[in-house]
Design a protein around this ligand. Structure first.
Ligand code: SAM
Length: 359
C-alpha cells in the first residue's frame, strides 16, 4: 500500500474544514499486515475497533506474515501489544476496543506452558495491555450453545470465549440505551427500604470492602418506587450466540448477532464532521456533544483482522462507516463479494418496500 486514498464522502456532507482524520478511507478493506497498515493511518480517527485476531497456533491461514504462528505465546502477546499500541493511537479518546480472543492448549513447554495446559494467551495479553494504560471495562462471556464437539475425556469441553472491552479514557462513548433489553418480570416496584438503611443511616454496609460497588442506582430506583430502569435492563456480560457456519473458505467467522450489540453501544450513529466528537442520545433525540454546529457523518468502526468481512456487513446494516485490514488477498476478495451481495439484498428489500408503498 503506497498511499491511503481519500474516501468517497457518500453522505453528501460538507467538505469544508475536513481535518486529517477525515481523510481516512471508509468502506474498503486494505490488503496487508495489520501492524504495517495501522502505522499509516491518521491518529484519533477511529470510533471503535472490533476484531478477532488470529489465535495462537490454532489456525494456519497459510500466508507469510500471518499472526498466530509465532514461536511462543509470549511472542504472540508481544505482536498483539504492538498492534494495540497502534490502535491506541488511531482511536479517538472516546473510542473503544472490543477484542475477541481464544486460548489454545500447549503441546510442548517451548510454547510457554506445560503440555495440555491452557497457554492463557488472552489473560497474558490483557494483563500486558492493562500495564500499558488500557482500561479493561468488561470481560464478556461469549457462550456458544453449539460448541465444537470434543473427544476429550479428562477435561470439560470449552463452550465460551472472552470478548474484552478496553478503552483509553475513563469517559468513553457508550450508548447503553441502544442495547437495553426488556425487563423479564413485571415485578411490582420495590418498596422495602434499601439494604443500606439497615446500617448507619443508609451508608454502605460494614462488610463492603473499599472496592465493592455501590448500589446507588438500585437505591435510587427503590426510593422512586421503580422496579428497574424505565428504558429497560442492561444486557449484562454473558451473551448466548450460536457460532456462524463457514463463510466460503473462511473457518473463523464472527456470527453477525455477536457484533450487533458492541457496534450499537460504542460506534456512534453520528459524529461531528469538524471535530469528530460523537453525538449522544438524550431521551428524545441524538445531540452533538460539541459546539461546532456543523454537519455529521456516521461513526467509523475498524476491524484490523477483517477475515470474511462480518464487521463491515453489520456496520452497513446499522448505518455505520467501516474500514478493514486483512492480510490474505483471497479473504479480501471473498469479504468484498459478501459485502456487495449484502448491499444488493438490502437494496432489493428497499425496492420491494418502495413498490408496496407506491401501490
Ligand atoms: C479470527 S480471523 C477473523 C475473522 C473475522 N472476524 C470474520 O468474521 O471473518 C483472523 C483473520 O486475521 C487474518 N490475519 C492473520 N494475520 C494477519 C496480519 N498480520 N494482518 C492482518 N490480518 C491478518 C487472517 O487471515 C484471518 O482472516
Amino acid at each position: 500500500m503506497n498511499q491511503l486514498t481519500s474516501a468517497t464522502l457518500s453522505h453528501g456532507y460538507c467538505r469544508r474544514r475536513t481535518p486529517a482524520w477525515g481523510n481516512i478511507p471508509r468502506g474498503e478493506i486494505i490488503t496487508g499486515d495489520a501492524l504495517t497498515v495501522l502505522r499509516q493511518l491518521p491518529s484519533s480517527s477511529i470510533d471503535v475497533v472490533l476484531t478477532s485476531p488470529a489465535y495462537f497456533r490454532l489456525r494456519d491461514y497459510q500466508i507469510d506474515g500471518q499472526m498466530g504462528m509465532e514461536s511462543t505465546v509470549s511472542d504472540w502477546v508481544e505482536h498483539l501489544v504492538a498492534v494495540c499500541d497502534e490502535l491506541a493511537r488511531v482511536m479517538k479518546g472516546t473510542g473503544s476496543l472490543w477484542l475477541n480472543l481464544g486460548d489454545s492448549y500447549s503441546r510442548h513447554p517451548r510454547f510457554g506452558a506445560p503440555p495440555k495446559s491452557f497457554l492463557l494467551g488472552p489473560e497474558r495479553l490483557v494483563t500486558a495491555l492493562s500495564a500499558r494504560g488500557w482500561i479493561v471495562r468488561n470481560k464478556v462471556v461469549w457462550f456458544k450453545p453449539n460448541p465444537m464437539p470434543a473427544s476429550v475425556t479428562d477435561r470439560l469441553n470449552t463452550t465460551w470465549e472472552p470478548i474484552f472491552l478496553l478503552v483509553r479514557s475513563p469517559r468513553p462513548f457508550f450508548d447503553l440505551d441502544s442495547i437495553r433489553e426488556p425487563h423479564r418480570s413485571k415485578r411490582s416496584p420495590i418498596t422495602t427500604p434499601p439494604v443500606g438503611n439497615k446500617y448507619d443511616g443508609g451508608k454502605r454496609p460494614p462488610w463492603a470492602g473499599p472496592l465493592a460497588g455501590s448500589n446507588d442506582g438500585l437505591l435510587r430506583a427503590r426510593a422512586e418506587g421503580r422496579s428497574g430502569h424505565p428504558r429497560g435492563k442492561n444486557p449484562g456480560d454473558v451473551w448466548r450466540v450460536a457460532t456462524a457456519k463457514f463463510v466460503g473458505q473462511h473457518f473463523a467467522t464472527f456470527p453477525t448477532a455477536l457484533i450487533e450489540r458492541p457496534l450499537k453501544a460504542t460506534c456512534p450513529e453520528r459524529v461531528c464532521v469538524s471535530c469528530g466528537s460523537p453525538w449522544y442520545r438524550t431521551e428524545h433525540r441524538l445531540q452533538p456533544s460539541c459546539r461546532c454546529k456543523g454537519a455529521w457523518r456516521p461513526g467509523l468502526v475498524l476491524d484490523p483482522f477483517m477475515g470474511s468481512g462480518t464487521t463491515a456487513i453489520v456496520a452497513e446494516r446499522l448505518g455505520r462507516d467501516w474500514l478493514g485490514i486483512e492480510l490474505k488477498p483471497d479473504y479480501v476478495e471473498m469479504a468484498m463479494e459478501r459485502i456487495h451481495a449484502e448491499r444488493a439484498r438490502r437494496e432489493e428489500v428497499m425496492n420491494n418496500k418502495q413498490r408496496r408503498n407506491d401501490k
